[in-house]
Ligand binder design. Sequence first.
Ligand SMILES: Cc1cc2nc3c(=O)[nH]c(=O)nc-3n(C[C@H](O)[C@H](O)[C@H](O)COP(=O)(O)OP(=O)(O)OC[C@H]3O[C@@H](n4cnc5c(N)ncnc54)[C@H](O)[C@@H]3O)c2cc1C
Length: 482
Amino acid sequence: MRDYQAFLAAAAALLGERGLTTDPDLVGPWLTDWRGRFTGRALALASPADTAEVAALVKLCGEFAVPIVPQGGNSGMCGGATPDDSGTALVLSLRRMNKVRAFDPAAHQITCEAGLVLQTLHETAEREGLRFPLTLGGKGSATVGGLISTNAGGTQVLRHGSMRAAVLGIEAVLADGSVFEALVPLKKDNRGFDLKQLLIGSEGTLGIVTAATLRLVPAVAERRVIWAGVGSLHAARKLLLHCEAAAGDALEGFEVMPQVTLDDVLHQLPTARAPLASPHEWHTLIELVAGPGGEERLGEVAETMLESAFEAGLLDDAVVSANETQAEAFWLIRDSIAAAERAKGPAVQHDISVPVAQMPAFVETAVPLVEAAFQGTEALAFGHLGDGNVHFHVIAPAGVDPAEWYAGEGKAISARVYDLVTQWHGSISAEHGIGQLKLGELERLGDPVHLALMRQVKQALDPQGLLNPGKLVPLASPADSF
Ligand SMILES: Cc1cc2nc3c(=O)[nH]c(=O)nc-3n(C[C@H](O)[C@H](O)[C@H](O)COP(=O)(O)OP(=O)(O)OC[C@H]3O[C@@H](n4cnc5c(N)ncnc54)[C@H](O)[C@@H]3O)c2cc1C
């Protein structure tokens, strides 16, 4: 029997009043995930002030066999930061650890604590004429620790890669309370495994990320946002290849959405206007950017790229943003899709990827197949075509009871979509991770060799199974030894 009272007394002595609370009113907001799909209970909420406190706390949790659920901005989409309903876990927030420890503008590097919010990171970089080249809709909440632990993507992966490409160094507390210190980036270092890579995307199951050194790039001096209409997703892919060849490094984003999705957004956002005069089967949002010194050339690049695309019959119509206000208005349409789809009622969402070249054929196969198999549903895909990653949403038939639908038909639809993705050699999680939402599907469809390796790594780094139990890679019986 674990002695929770003795644990809480020791944790309170360690963290002080600001660092630990069991007050249900204060703990409550940390117990439900962003989408409201999972709610759990917790022993307490811990908010350590520094890495030494995190290390001492993790050690204490080991001694009392108390599971730890790390939580950043709680903007994750898979219930990864939500405790189970046993009430035995400690929710660990790094919100007090949000300092910038070092900033070297000349080296394009920043070292910050894991609780720093993405938006603040952007603003800090901008003050020195730099930028952090990863952004996403949850930037006002998502933290550096959460972004690393989910290997987050976003709309600039096409050019800059996902979080993995931005992380130069990591500091983390491991399950035994030791501190893994690898913050100083070396351009060349072949002393064996690159261990920080294990922590990236591990969803809090292998260690608590406490700080990171991140790569920055020069600020955007000029951008052109182009909205183009095309006849099919195959045409959109051809246009993407053309833009890659014509714009090279200047191409930063290439997003797609079908006409029905644009209509949904325009319906939801009465102030928004359709960028093109007439409807098109598919719409593409293309962003070109230039750093300092490249401003003048960017206009030329955009013009030449579009002219040659028109000549080659690669698009039906296009408009280039005339100014920043119009560029923002185009992006607002893209960023409003999730809310517009949510307003249509219950839906199951899948962030999936298949090899980039296969994506048009996949979507053209999957949409009618799902709609025919599940009468009254509406399937649609939108997102990051350039990365072979789309959000594949299936909206419930009108009038269903949401809870019943999610547990029944919604689950069956997701299984069908993931079966298809697996047949097409894709991933059931391109961006958001596994958390608790996709745990069963990963077990069902994951490669047995991959899964066994992940379990071995988990077993080696967290033999008691105390770090985020029940997520991503659960051990057979977490904390059984107690
Ligand atoms: C509107 C909106 C748009 C989004 N768009 C995108 C998108 O385009 N691309 C994308 O990839 N994601 C997107 N997301 C999802 C989300 O923002 C990311 O998954 C983000 O990385 C989560 O960060 P967080 O700090 O909120 O982490 P949380 O949600 O708090 O946690 C996520 C996971 O990381 C673990 N964790 C958190 N902090 C730590 C830590 N310090 N150490 C160890 N483990 C930790 C948690 O236990 C959990 O498993 C979006 C979310 C929203 C709300």
